[in-house]
Design a protein around this ligand. Structure first.
Ligand SMILES: Cc1ncc(COP(=O)(O)O)c(C=O)c1O
Length: 370
């Protein structure tokens, strides 16, 4: 079956940018600033401003951003870091790679983000950080999380890898935690031409530490004050990201308009649970996720009709083989587990046309079970 509506279409996004992209490649090539350098510095300043943050630091990926943030906060062996099991594996992995133990808190059934009502009981004397995940482009309830975190003096690290331009009460993702972590994986709202990520922060001290850690712990050339890693951003990625950042606001606005059309067309469909936008939130709709019965069947039938959907995420992190050692059985996080069975991501990208969305909804209604 030919694909009638892809899940994402990056080619169509890049086509009109081709002359500007070629110019950016030429500039980077001529200057040979391939790793770090002026293109990265420029993008860092632009992205910090976009996020309403004081500083941004370009790194190799969103995974690096999370990992280096935790390292910069001193997270290590014997510590615990709280997050949700409803995320991409990288959130927990970054905790583990620091030598710490991920401790999970279930999600709110409406926003799919960390349920603040369940956070406090997960905090122990070993807790060194809390990582709310702004999943699908909607921010977690940062006020409620901050109240609890402040009571325990625990830093909050935002996993904003899916939330470029998302807002909480008018404040941008990446400006509310002690650090914010972003991924520029190509399919993200702001995507590079390969791997890239960023950390945002208000704190000069954390900025200095992360800056050194991303470059083998060098505070100055050949002065290795800490054991770090190579987690630097490429000049070519920074140049592409600077260019694409200029188009991010209208692209996010297009995503929100698409979400409204999906919402309207699905309003009379009782078999579909639509995304809920919290009153505090400006959603960035990285993903438009609905919930349906017989999700795997619907996914297959949609693919057979030429519509590519996806699932974020079919297996919660605590039930992954890699985390079996935590001893968390099925049933430990019932909301996350129920959502993992029902969640279905419909095609979402800025260049979708209304007729594409109408077709997706028409076919979805035909593909639903009872
Ligand atoms: C919520 C979340 N956290 C972390 C990551 C990791 O980012 P990256 O793939 O850039 O390492 C991703 C990317 O998929 C993500 O969606």
């Amino acid at each position: 079956m030919n694909v009638r509506v892809p899940f994402v279409d990056l080619r169509i996004q890049h086509e009109p940018l081709m002359p500007e992209l070629m110019e950016a490649f030429r500039e980077v090539t001529e200057s040979s600033a391939f790793v770090g350098g002026p293109f990265v510095a420029r993008f860092e300043a632009e992205f910090a401003e976009f996020c309403q943050a004081r500083y941004a630091l370009g790194v190799g990926s969103g995974t690096d951003a999370l990992w280096l943030s935790l390292l910069s906060l001193g997270v290590g062996h014997g510590d615990e870091v709280i997050t949700t099991p409803n995320s991409f594996m990288a959130t927990a992995e970054a905790i583990s790679i620091c030598g710490a133990r991920p401790v999970f808190v279930d999600i709110d059934e409406r926003t799919y983000t960390m349920d603040p009502a369940q956070l406090e009981k997960a905090i122990t004397l070993r807790t060194q950080a809390i990582i709310p995940v702004h999943i699908f482009g909607q921010m977690a309830d940062m006020d409620a999380i901050h109240v609890i975190a402040a009571r325990h003096g625990t830093p909050v690290v935002e996993d904003a890898c899916q939330a470029h331009g998302a807002e909480f009460k008018g404040r941008r993702a990446g400006s509310l935690g002690v650090v914010g972590c972003f991924s520029f994986y190509p399919g993200k709202n702001l995507g590079a031409f390969g791997e890239a990520g960023a950390v945002t922060t208000e704190e000069p001290e954390l900025r200095s530490r992360i800056r050194a850690l991303r470059d083998h712990g060098q505070a100055a050339k050949n002065q290795h004050a800490a054991i770090g890693w190579n987690a630097r951003m490429d000049g070519i990625q920074a140049a592409v990201l600077s260019l694409k950042l200029r188009h991010l606001e209208p692209a996010n606005a297009a995503r929100r308009a698409h979400a409204r059309l999906y919402d309207d067309l699905l309003a009379d469909e009782p078999r579909v649970v639509r995304p809920w936008v919290a009153p505090y939130a400006k959603h960035a709709f990285h993903i438009y996720a609905v919930r349906v019965r017989d999700r795997d069947g619907v996914l297959k039938r949609m693919a057979a009709c030429g519509v590519n959907c996806a699932v974020h995420y079919p297996v919660p992190i605590h039930l992954q083989e890699a985390y079996r050692f935590l001893g968390l059985e099925a049933g430990s996080f019932p909301v996350t587990e129920r959502c993992a069975h029902e969640i279905l991501s419909l095609p979402m990208y800025p260049e979708l046309r209304p007729e594409d969305i109408e077709l997706v909804v028409k076919l979805l209604k035909q593909c639903l079970g009872d």
